[in-house]
Design a protein around this ligand. Structure first.
Ligand code: ADP
Length: 172
């Protein structure tokens, strides 16, 4: 359905630094409920990441290149403003553990206070990925471990390129 009504469009916002298989799973499951989903990478000047916003968007686009119902964008400022711009009323977030709850609850209430029309829907993490976080992925990759089971292949590649030790000049 091209240009679905607001009720059929959702936004999945996050840092996605980088996108993990847990994120991919939530987005794909979201598509079973909504006609269109916008994965929205938050530009947060106070939170510097490993990947630039452009790199994150590019990786997510690569992951969903065969899924025309998923769009990928970045935004700065208020999420509710962004929602208005893309014409969406639902926010999708994933919940991994009780520890996610407090922050998510606060965000959901704050967003609804600002825009009473906006609803946040939570999806329970897939049990295979409930231990996966972008933070853990970065730590493991930095220490030289394998993250193949946690992130899409493009992310494995990009992590390797980003974290590769600088080449030393060979002395003869
Ligand atoms: P943020 O900085 O906004 O928390 P993240 O990229 O860490 O951004 O996460 C975006 C959303 O995806 C959050 O709702 C988070 O709880 C959820 N999420 C993160 N990792 C997973 C996972 N492994 N399984 C399911 N949901 C996840």
């Amino acid at each position: 359905m091209l240009n679905p009504p607001r009720s059929l469009r959702a936004v999945y916002p996050g840092s996605f630094d980088p996108i993990t298989l847990g994120h991919v799973d939530i987005a794909r499951r979201g598509l079973k409920i909504f006609e269109e989903l916008t994965v929205a990478v938050v530009r947060n000047p106070r939170k510097e990441g490993l990947f630039t916003i452009e790199e994150r968007v590019e990786m997510i686009k690569e992951v969903f290149k065969n899924e025309p119902r998923i769009q990928v964008e970045s935004f700065s400022g208020l999420l509710v403003e962004f929602m208005r711009r893309v014409g969406a009323r639902a926010i999708i977030r994933g919940l991994r553990a009780v520890s996610d709850f407090e922050y998510e609850f606060q965000m959901a209430v704050t967003n609804r206070t600002m825009e009473e029309d906006v609803e946040t829907l939570f999806m329970m993490a897939n049990e295979s990925y409930s231990y996966v976080s972008s933070m853990m992925v970065k730590e493991i990759a930095t220490l030289g471990g394998s993250v193949k089971k946690m992130v899409p292949p493009i992310v494995v590649e990009r992590l390797r390129a980003k974290l590769a030790p600088p080449r030393r000049a060979v002395r003869r």
